[in-house]
Write a protein that binds this ligand. Structure first.
Ligand SMILES: [Zn+2]
Length: 303
């Protein structure tokens, strides 16, 4: 399935929840909404019938399925602790699965995995690679079965709406980061803004200084100057980078790659190590593997 089809499908799925979040009311929840502390657990497309609540024998489907080949990277959707890891770790779920506890009664579950990349009881960061997509358990083909639990383990909610409320388009798409946010993706924004000529601290806090600068940047590019770094702003903010590039934009890229477990030195020099990291990221996310960080790679990195 093409990326265009994927995005069209996501748009349809997200329509209702996004309407509910639009406008100033959403700002009241800035501490938890669109705050850069959540990110996409995996890239892929939504298979027909793989939505939350779809009929599945005696129980409705408890998660959202995201399809891509075996070996596709699976990332922690937010920071937390691996509280379950193994086979059939939740009632009714089959195959290799992981549960991460995020605090405040919030949990995520990752099912049908192929390979675990974290230990039981491990502390994980948002965006850290935790597993590979697989086809273990009762499946018709490889995919990630992703669940979000809110209000305690077992209280599942629709993952598409849950993640959209946190600025993430499940399955792919640019993230939405609001003023007041914290996290590594904010550092990415700050480094990119520095490259655009705005003197900002790269402290990972999207406070008034950073968001005012982004508003000026948005106004200068003919965008709505709301301070939200989302699908309209990201494409204007990122640079296409390749081996030999150097500067704050490369630091932004290195921070974004490190969020996905690359382990790079953030030195602003796009050398062979960064090149290899870009290629690896593209490969495990089923993107075109060319070692160049263009808009599609950036979208996957910061989503
Ligand atoms: Zn499923």
């Amino acid at each position: 399935m093409s990326r265009r089809t994927l995005l069209a499908g996501l748009g349809a799925g997200l329509g209702m929840s996004l309407v509910g979040l639009a406008g100033p009311a959403a700002r009241a929840f800035a501490a938890t909404l669109k705050d850069a502390r959540w990110c996409n657990p995996a890239l892929g497309y939504f298979p027909s019938g793989g939505h939350y609540g779809a009929p599945r024998g005696s129980y409705p489907h408890a998660g959202q399925d995201i399809t891509n080949p075996v070996g596709t990277a699976v990332y922690a959707a937010a920071a937390g602790t691996v509280v379950r890891r193994g086979t059939d770790v939740l009632t009714g779920r089959t195959g290799y699965g992981l549960v991460i506890a995020h605090g405040n009664g919030q949990y995520t579950y990752y099912g049908h995995l192929n390979v675990f990349r974290v230990a039981l009881n491990a502390t994980v960061a948002a965006g850290q690679r935790i597993a590979d997509m697989g086809a273990t358990g009762n499946v018709t083909g490889p995919h990630l079965h992703f669940e979000t639990h809110s209000g305690g383990l077992g209280s599942t909610v629709d993952p598409v709406a849950f993640m959209a409320a946190r600025g993430v388009d499940l399955g792919g798409g640019w993230s939405r980061i609001d003023p007041g946010a914290n996290g590594e993706t904010v550092k990415v924004i700050q480094y990119l803004m520095k490259q655009h000529g705005y003197a900002l601290e790269t402290d990972g806090y999207y406070g008034p200084v950073s968001s005012d600068a982004v508003k000026r940047f948005q106004a200068s590019r003919g965008l709505v100057a709301d301070g939200q770094v989302g699908p309209a702003t990201w494409p204007k903010l990122v640079y296409t980078l390749r081996q030999g590039s150097s500067g704050s934009h490369v630091r932004a890229l290195q921070v974004a790659l490190n969020k996905r477990s690359a382990g790079l030195v953030v030195d602003g020099a796009f050398g062979s190590v960064t090149y290899t990291a870009v290629r690896n990221f593209q490969s495990v996310n089923r993107l075109l593997v060319d070692g160049e960080a263009g808009p599609v790679t950036w979208e996957a990195l910061v989503g």
